[in-house]
Design a protein around this ligand. Structure first.
Ligand code: GUN
Length: 293
């Protein structure tokens, strides 16, 4: 494998974690341990793994971490009451409600009930607004992590044609805002494509950078991209496999198909995933720093 083309989120995360040390020391001298509480509703196996991975990472860094597990049939009111309790709890600077939520719960209502100064996901309308006017508070973790990868590898986006596939509030939408913003390491020209886009290939074939967040395994192939393009694969797709677990995780991008044509690519696993967790830790530290008197 030509590793010179690989943008490693794992390596970027190591550098990022090292940069947290000083910030954690300063907080510790003031008696502040950044704390994150994650709420998981239901028993989706993939979500359970994400939530456990997050808390393990936080604990390994000496941060305070709590997971609250609620039954799939929990009422909307009960969930809001749990969040209200955490909004008042000074031990937890960050609150994250794992998405997706069961269909009887209005996700936006839940997000709105999180204190916006504890919204480490950056999903609260106030934080979405701050980002969109170019005054970011909390930036959603996956897009923020992707921007850090660009910076770590010295990849400038200025003037580049960037196609984001997917318009979710978690990845696609905030990603499009970040790459097109007027800031250092941004200033790209962004097109958002989605499930209703006609002739998607027409966009991806002309793009300097493709950021794929659609959740379709091995979807993006060599004939859909331009030679020399940069490919960011946000896909975390579980597919059956003949191993102990019975499944493996693959991206949206058919890695073997595109590798000879790209100039850079993020692998799955080891690409965007580790950065999402690193940025959740950073946002939790940021939330705790806001509490310094
Ligand atoms: N589900 C998938 N990604 C995320 C995320 O970044 N935050 C939350 N809260 N739920 C998710």
């Amino acid at each position: 494998m030509d590793t010179s083309k690989v943008l490693s989120g794992k390596d970027t995360a190591v550098a990022v974690y090292a940069s947290f040390k000083n910030r954690l020391d300063i907080l510790s001298k003031r008696g502040i341990i950044p704390g994150l509480c994650v709420i998981l509703v239901g028993d989706d196996p993939a979500s359970q793994i994400y939530v456990k991975t997050k808390s393990k990472k936080l604990q390994s860094l000496g941060l305070r971490s709590k997971n609250i597990y609620l039954n799939n049939d929990v009422s909307q009111n009960e969930l809001i009451q749990t969040i209200n309790g955490l909004n008042q709890d000074s031990n937890y600077h960050g609150i994250l409600v794992q998405m997706p939520l069961p269909s009887h719960i209005d996700s936006q209502l839940i997000i709105n009930s999180i204190d916006s100064t504890k919204d480490v996901d950056g999903f609260h309308p106030e934080n979405v607004g701050w980002l969109s006017i170019g005054e970011p508070r909390f930036i959603p973790c996956t897009p923020k992590g992707i921007m850090k990868i660009f910076k770590h590898y010295n990849i400038e986006l200025i003037g580049k044609d960037i196609v984001v596939i997917g318009r979710s509030n978690i990845v696609g939408r905030p990603m499009s805002v970040l790459v097109s913003s007027n800031g250092e390491w941004s200033n790209g020209t962004c097109t958002i494509c989605h499930s209703r886009t006609k002739n998607l290939e027409q966009y991806t074939r002309n793009a300097d950078v493709v950021i794929s967040a659609i959740g379709k395994p091995n979807y993006l192939k060599a004939d859909m991209i331009k030679k020399g393009s940069i490919i960011i694969d946000v896909g975390i797709n579980r597919v059956e496999a003949e191993n102990d677990k019975g499944y493996k995780i693959i991206g949206d991008v058919d890695y073997n198909s595109v590798i000879d044509k790209v100039s850079f690519i993020t692998p799955v696993p080891g690409g965007v995933g580790p950065m999402t967790i690193a940025m959740l830790v950073e946002n939790t530290i940021e939330a705790a720093e806001q509490n310094i008197p």
